[in-house]
Design a protein around this ligand. Structure first.
Ligand code: FAD
Ligand code: FES
Length: 504
């Protein structure tokens, strides 16, 4: 079994790190769907762009997604009408439908073969409560004019109490879709740098992105397509985003796999789609088991639950690939796309896609590239991070930040008795070292890696992620390797390496 995403089976070319200072018109930070699409749209218009990526291109959430391309974001439209009114709810639907069309248009422009196929998207329920929610959602579909509604039958191998669909949505292979855009950028002399982490943006007449190694890219505009905005203090993004981690598995099956893409209304979530491999093998993709990042002790259990679900309903548990990743949700569930703050109109953020970033990330690229070009965009106001907070935002702000405060205190008070010596090979845990909380991991050769568990973002205490073998922060989702190197932000600095007393 591959403990890697199905989409990352493809080799993509590597790019060098930035080793000197550069200038450009636009600096794009982040090589996922948002950053690559933004760079593509701007370069197509003749802009001089530099693309910076902290790790490898498409190794962020985009390489670890389920890749449904749809406007059906769970049961969201009844909520959006109640929170924002009918017109804005309709605008949200249209924005995502436009993104789907843009994805098709880009495939035509670059002659991309990315296993794109039109599929209906379904949300189904298995309880009466779920059924009621689906019926409310159906009313919202009617009010907005969504191309879909309640369906009587679904092809699933278990009883459902109701189901609702949106017609003519899609699924694809995200890396096959985005890699040709990277090649286009290269052919159009766009400098691309990997293993180049942006750590600051200095403001003046122009904006200078400073990398961790101390080089800079100076430009008129900066796009933070870094998933979590790495400069999150301006605009207080750390207090306005909720981070959730979820799990996916791929399994070959001889059973009939239903056409269409599915998600349930209830918890725990189960997300289903299919994929036909290069060898022509039918694979079932099952996702779910989401939890707040860094707040679950036994993450291996999440994969096991998806596996037993697959066995129960699809008669297969032969997992070929398993992967997990995390995504961010804003306080009102509508992404933040646009200028980071009123005082900084040429630095943009695109975040909070609520696990629907194939369309949301694409529309973000369109909105931001239009703003940079000075063109009107019908969705700019809806997604603006500067929108006035409503009641929903205020309520979720309190909930989110109470949870962060609770995790901060819990981490500081927690006392563990385990000593690093007691770890088994391949095991990681929070231990006591020289009388203090520390993180320890023992590799298969018996070498022990010790890190300070205080997160370099805002000081919460990181926890061990058993399945992914990483140190994950329960406050805003930063993740670190066993040596303490940053895997994903908002943190930009590594965890401090520790030594045992008497060791140098
Ligand atoms: C389990 C799961 C399933 C999902 N399934 C779906 C789905 O079916 N359909 C759908 O529409 N959406 C889905 N999503 C959501 C979607 O995958 C994401 O919203 C989307 O991929 C985010 O893209 P992005 O480009 O914004 O971020 P990423 O793909 O994470 O790219 C950001 C990049 O920025 C880089 N970076 C970060 N900080 C810095 C820095 N300081 N300097 C330089 N580079 C930096 C990172 O290394 C990363 O490569 C899913 C999400 C999850 C977690
Ligand atoms: S991610 Fe914010 S404190 Fe760790």
């Amino acid at each position: 079994m591959q403990t890697n995403s199905l989409w990352r089976d493809i080799d993509i070319e590597t790019f060098p790190s930035l080793t000197k200072d550069l200038t450009a018109e636009v600096t794009v930070i982040g090589g996922g769907i948002t950053g690559i699409t933004t760079a593509y749209l701007l370069v197509k218009q003749g802009y001089k762009v530099v693309l910076l990526e902290a790790g490898r291109l498409l190794e962020g959430t985009t390489g670890y997604t389920t890749a449904k391309v749809t406007s059906q974001h769970g049961l969201i439209y009844d909520y959006l009408i109640r929170t924002f009114g009918r017109d804005k709810a309709r605008l949200y639907y249209q924005a995502n439908e436009d993104a789907l069309k843009l994805i098709e248009q880009i495939q035509e422009e670059l002659n991309i073969d990315c296993d794109f196929s039109r599929q209906d998207a379904y949300v189904y329920s298995v309880t009466d409560k779920g059924k009621q929610e689906i019926y409310k959602e159906a009313e919202a579909y009617e009010k907005i004019g969504i191309n879909g509604g309640i369906v009587k039958n679904v092809e699933l191998p278990f009883e459902v109490t109701s189901a609702i669909k949106i017609r003519e949505q899609a699924q694809f292979h995200p890396v096959k879709y985005l890699h040709p855009m990277v090649q286009y950028l290269k052919e159009h002399n766009t400098p691309i740098f990997e293993n180049t982490r942006a750590s600051d943006v200095e403001k003046g007449e122009l904006l200078s992105v400073i990398t961790r190694e101390g080089n800079s890219v100076t430009s008129n505009h900066v796009v933070m397509a870094s998933h979590f905005p790495f400069k999150d203090f301006e605009g207080m993004y750390f207090s306005r985003l909720h981070v959730e981690r979820s799990y996916s598995i791929a399994l070959p099956t001889n059973e009939v796999v239903p056409e269409g893409m599915y998600l349930n209304a209830e918890n725990p979530k189960r997300s289903l789609r299919h994929y036909v491999s290069e060898e022509g093998e039918m694979l079932l993709l099952v996702g779910g088991e989401g939890h707040v990042s860094g707040q679950k002790e036994n993450t291996k259990e999440c994969y096991e639950k998806l596996q037993s679900y697959s066995k129960e309903y699809f008669n297969t548990d032969q997992v070929t690939h398993r992967w997990s990743s995390q995504d961010l949700t804003t306080l009102d569930k509508v992404p933040y796309i646009g200028p980071v703050s009123r005082n900084n109109p040429r630095q943009y953020t695109a975040t909070g896609f609520s696990k629907w970033g194939m369309t949301n990330g694409t529309i973000a690229a369109k909105v931001i590239s239009d703003l940079i070009q000075g063109s009107a965009n019908p969705y700019a106001e809806l997604f603006s991070p500067l929108r006035r907070p409503g009641v929903e935002q205020a309520k979720n702000f309190a909930l989110e930040n109470t949870d962060v405060a609770k995790e901060f205190v819990k981490g500081k008070l927690e006392s563990r008795k385990m000593e690093p010596e007691n770890l088994s090979p391949g095991e990681g845990a929070v231990v006591r070292l020289n009388g203090k909380r520390a993180g320890a991991y023992k590799d298969e050769t018996g070498r022990v890696y010790l890190v300070d568990t205080t997160c370099t973002h805002m000081g919460c205490e990181v926890n061990w992620n058993k399945a992914e073998q990483s140190w994950d922060c329960p406050c805003h989702g930063s993740r670190f390797t066993i040596e303490g190197e940053v895997i994903e932000g908002p943190a930009t600095k590594p965890l401090k390496e520790l030594k045992k007393e008497g060791e140098r």
